[in-house]
Ligand binder design. Structure first.
Ligand code: GP9
Ligand code: MN
Length: 639
């Protein structure tokens, strides 16, 4: 009896086993998946199983005769998907995604060389299918032609589900928030398999396409009206103050404002920054506005002056949207644009979205000399990163706009002994304790960077824009944070802790006339503030930011969770606080007028992203005519 049952699925199990082994062999031989410990290797090994059992198991619903054919055809299709990924990987060292398949220019590059990318050994991939066909034809005893009952099918799929959740559970412990936060393709393949990654990608894609399909040019009218009604006048005194200079933005990893001008055991945590802000425009009421996309969200905000999404990372959900990012605006002024970051180019999908933003160049990990000695935690240490970046920057055509993204001050804040310039803090939170030495290290690296910029002759003709990308210490560490700051971390304080540094240093200008600016602002304001300093008018842009140097101040910023900050109040979790006392406000009206505005802005921004609405906006045509823009998109597609 049992033998008969097993016989019912023997062909299916053989096919699964062959495909499982094949997938693992391909993982190891054709892709460059970094494995750091045994658990990761184990997850990689088991991850194809649940999907393969699932897909082959569909055969159990088919008539006996068709079942075997289905299994062979499925093996063939899966092999083809593997092969497509292998070939694509050879060219791009990346996995296939649906947007990539439709990126005609990418595929164009690949199309011509596709034959040269296929190697003779690839045909070995079909060996297991030949075995399957041989078994099917010559070994009837292996054929699956016994009827399977409903109960048996249910039991089978229960097992499949158990396998899947076992895999996902392990993956989640190895990489928390894998599906919602960490969107690196390599990470997904490593944890949930190449097959499930494609399904995941497909779900993202269809969700997004539906919203895009429903949008038309009218969807933008209301937003356009809102944006132009909310303009602030520019400050004529600062407008153009840095005209024609190189723009060097530095994203300070996980750096919050509370470390600035603060000491630990009598030692400054950021001695260099503390000095620099005295020779700069220093914005003291400035907040990060990131969501789950963390660093990538901050990049999105800074380059577009739009809000990130409430769920997921724009970098992953909408990489092929039409954007009017800063590189595109600066191109009109003759600027070269680049990003410098020592990580895999596909991390956060950067390689794809930077193309959409119009970047000329991405100096990724391949541009750097990275080895055991100069790495810690997430990779290349900030010191050597800045040093090597300075070298790279010498070769960029001027004027340039470049964004450098630091890495060392990243959770779990690991640091080599020799780089620890201050003590760890002493509290119950290991995370907070370790945070201070890495912030201190980053500060030292910044000092080195400025020195190198001077040596490279790039200091005087540049403008330096430094900002914190997002929080480093989450609310899970409130108790320890309270101990450090010597106050209880209430929801009101929690919002205040979302403040990050924003410093604009203009050699020859701000060192003569530094200024502390307490206007309430957020990352969306970076672009209009910086571009106005360059003397570039952004009032025609669809953007939510304002020039924080403007006299006609706005004093309002909304965080991605809907909390907002104004001159006098803070609104969070439905409570309106008086900024001065930190107590719930007696007069709710101080928040009420802003509540609608906060919701509205986030909603408008979401609509722009999900609907890909900027494809209907032509900043260069006098009436921003949507129809012309549509033509432009069509033209682009056709060429
Ligand atoms: C990775 C780095 C960190 O390249 O930017 O990303 P995060 O985890 O901070 O979003
Ligand atoms: Mn970050």
């Amino acid at each position: 009896m049992r033998k008969k049952r097993l016989k019912a699925i023997s062909f299916l199990l053989i096919a699964t086993l062959l495909m499982w082994v094949k997938t693992y062999v391909i993982y190891k031989s054709s892709f460059n998946i970094k494995i750091e410990n045994f658990m990761q290797e184990f997850i990689l090994f088991i991850n194809p199983l649940s999907f393969l059992l699932f897909i082959f198991g569909i055969g159990l619903f088919l008539k006996e005769k068709n079942r075997n054919r289905y299994i062979i055809v499925t093996s063939f299709i899966l092999t083809f998907i593997l092969l497509a990924n292998i070939v694509f990987y050879r060219f791009y060292s990346d996995f296939l995604t649906i947007p990539v398949l439709f990126q005609t220019n990418n595929m164009g590059d690949l199309g011509s060389s596709i034959t040269s990318l296929i190697e003779p050994v690839d045909f070995l991939m079909f060996v297991d299918i030949i075995i399957l066909i041989w078994l099917y034809k010559k070994q009837p005893s292996f054929r699956t032609d016994v009827t399977v009952s409903r109960k048996e099918r249910a039991a089978y799929y229960l097992f499949v589900a158990a396998t899947f959740f076992f895999n996902l559970g392990l993956a989640e412990t190895e990489r928390p928030e894998l599906l919602t936060r960490s969107f690196d393709r390599e990470m997904l393949v490593k944890n949930i398999s190449l097959y499930n990654f494609h399904i995941y990608d497909g779900v993202l894609q269809s969700k997004q396409s539906a919203q895009r399909a429903l949008a038309d040019s009218n969807s933008l009218t209301e937003i356009e009206n809102y944006v132009s009604a909310n303009q602030t006048d520019r400050n004529e005194k600062t407008f153009g103050q840095a005209k024609g200079r190189n723009v060097i933005l530095v994203s300070l990893e996980s750096t919050q404002s509370f470390v600035i001008n603060e000491k630990l055991n009598g030692k400054e945590i950021t001695p260099f920054l503390n000095k620099l802000i005295k020779k700069s425009y220093n914005f003291t009421n400035f907040y990060h506005q990131t969501g789950q996309g963390k660093t990538s969200d901050s990049e999105f905000i800074v380059d577009n002056s739009l809000y990130p999404l409430g769920r997921g990372a724009v970098f992953f959900t909408n990489p092929s949207n039409e954007f009017t990012a800063t590189p595109e605006l600066l191109k009109d002024e003759g600027y070269h644009s680049s990003v410098i970051h020592a990580n895999n180019k596909s991390f956060w999908n950067r390689d794809l979205i930077y193309d959409s933003f119009g970047y000329d160049k991405f100096f990724d990990i391949k541009s750097f000399d990275v080895n055991e000695e100069n790495s810690v935690g997430w990779g290349l240490k900030d010191g050597p990163f800045f040093e090597q970046s300075a070298e790279l920057m010498k070769s960029i055509p001027q004027p340039f706009y470049t964004r450098l993204i630091t890495l060392t001050n990243h959770f779990p804040f690991d640091l080599d002994e020799e780089d620890k310039l201050i003590d760890e803090y002493d509290s119950k939170s290991k995370t907070l304790n370790k945070y201070f030495p890495t912030v201190r290290y980053q500060d030292e690296a910044l000092k080195l960077f400025f020195k190198k910029m001077k040596e490279a002759g790039l200091y005087d003709n540049s403008i330096f824009v430094l900002y914190g990308d997002h929080y480093g210490i989450s609310e899970n560490h409130n108790e320890a944070m309270g101990q450090f700051l010597n106050k209880e971390i209430t929801p009101f304080e929690e919002v205040q802790l979302q403040k990050v540094p924003f410093v604009v240093h203009i050699p020859g200008v701000t060192d003569q006339h530094p200024q502390e600016i307490d206007t309430v602002g957020g990352q969306v304001d970076i672009r209009p503030t910086v571009l106005n300093l360059l003397g570039i008018d952004t009032s025609k842009q669809i953007q939510f930011g304002h020039d924080l140097l403007s006299k006609d101040t706005n004093d309002f910023t909304v965080l991605r969770d809907g909390s907002f900050i104004t001159k006098d109040s803070i609104f969070t979790d439905g409570v309106c606080y008086n900024k001065e006392t930190g107590e719930p406000a007696d007069d709710k009206a101080v928040c009420q007028s802003y509540e609608e505005k906060a919701k509205q802005e986030l909603q408008f921004s979401d609509q722009i992203i999900y609907g890909d609405l900027l494809r209907f906006y032509d900043r260069n045509s006098p009436d921003h005519s949507p129809s012309k823009k549509e033509d432009k998109t069509e033209l682009k597609k056709a060429s």
